[in-house]
Design a protein around this ligand. Structure first.
Ligand SMILES: C[S@@+](CC[C@H](N)C(=O)[O-])C[C@H]1O[C@@H](n2cnc3c(N)ncnc32)[C@H](O)[C@@H]1O
Length: 272
């Protein structure tokens, strides 16, 4: 992982939230919120909350009096999340910038730590998991999701092939390297075990990603994720050409007009 892989700032928070979230994150957020609410927690910590898609789904489902602390490494993502939150729940959310590997919270403070599609960005997953475990109360649960391999995520795969054509000598590999670079179930289990978790459930969950057009898919991935940083680092003027080529490749694979593609992730609940 490079430093720019975890930089969600500038125009990324808005494009991420308006284009990426409906495309691939919203459906999993609904599942994550249902899972966490089902545990009836008294205190919840969300890490790597991004633009708040899970927060919006979960807050209205938590009981009155529940403590809900929502954190992310990048303050611009949290700022965006806070403006999107509205007042659909009876609980007050505590927004706080925090690195998931150095949580500014006391030991045994939360019943659930949740992290949707954030662990792939941790420079040391075992350290991040140990930190989640440290702030969990006895009997608490760490709920998180990671993407499966890029070949099981059709649009990410298509976009990665397309941008490689623009930079054949040095293809931007952000999507394969980071969001889709941590899918080995045996490795996830071993990282969690080394962090001290003793009960580990992992389920692969497939969904379908839909978009009004191949162009929207291309713009979402090329401009609303850190892939943008990687493209612009190679050529400050290449973003449009890369987006155009990605739109062509997605249209050639998934058709003109509305498009649909397979997405797949691992849903993990760790305890103990
Ligand atoms: C793909 S986004 C997921 C955001 C959100 N959970 C969602 O489902 O839409 C990954 C997020 O991880 C955050 N992130 C990266 N490294 C982090 C770290 N060490 N600690 C906390 N958050 C981190 C990024 O700022 C970004 O918001």
């Amino acid at each position: 992982m490079t430093e720019s892989d975890k930089l969600f700032a500038g125009s990324i928070p808005r494009l991420y939230d308006t284009l990426m979230v409906p495309l691939i994150f919203e459906a999993y957020a609904a599942d994550t919120a249902e899972l966490v609410a089902g545990f009836s927690p008294g205190a919840v910590l969300e890490t790597a909350a991004g633009s708040g898609v899970v927060t919006r789904a979960l807050a209205p489902r938590l009981g009155k009096g529940t403590r809900y602390v929502v954190t992310d490494l990048n303050q611009p993502m949290l700022d965006y999340a806070a403006t999107r939150q509205g007042s659909t729940s009876s609980i007050d959310i505590e927004w706080q910038q925090a690195d998931a590997l150095k949580l500014p919270f006391e030991d045994a403070s939360f019943d659930v730590v949740l992290c949707q599609f954030g662990a792939m960005f941790f420079p040391d997953r075992t350290a991040g998991y140990a930190e989640a475990r440290r702030v969990l109360r006895p009997g608490g649960r760490f709920v998180f999701t990671v993407w499966d391999r890029i070949e099981d995520n059709a649009f990410a795969d298509g976009v990665t092939s397309a941008v490689a054509e623009i930079f054949p000598q040095d293809p931007p590999r952000f999507l394969a390297r980071t969001p889709h670079g941590y899918h080995d179930v045996a490795l996830i289990r071993s990282d969690l075990s080394r962090a001290g978790f003793t009960s580990i459930e992992i389920e692969a969950r497939e969904k379908t990603s839909r978009s009004p057009s191949a162009r929207d898919v291309a713009t979402a991935y090329c401009q609303g994720t850190p892939l943008r940083n990687e493209i612009e680092a190679r050529d400050a003027n290449a973003l449009q050409a890369a987006t155009d080529r990605a739109a062509q490749v997605i249209a050639s694979r998934h058709g003109e007009g509305p498009v649909a593609g397979k997405i797949q992730a691992h849903v993990i609940v760790a305890a103990g």
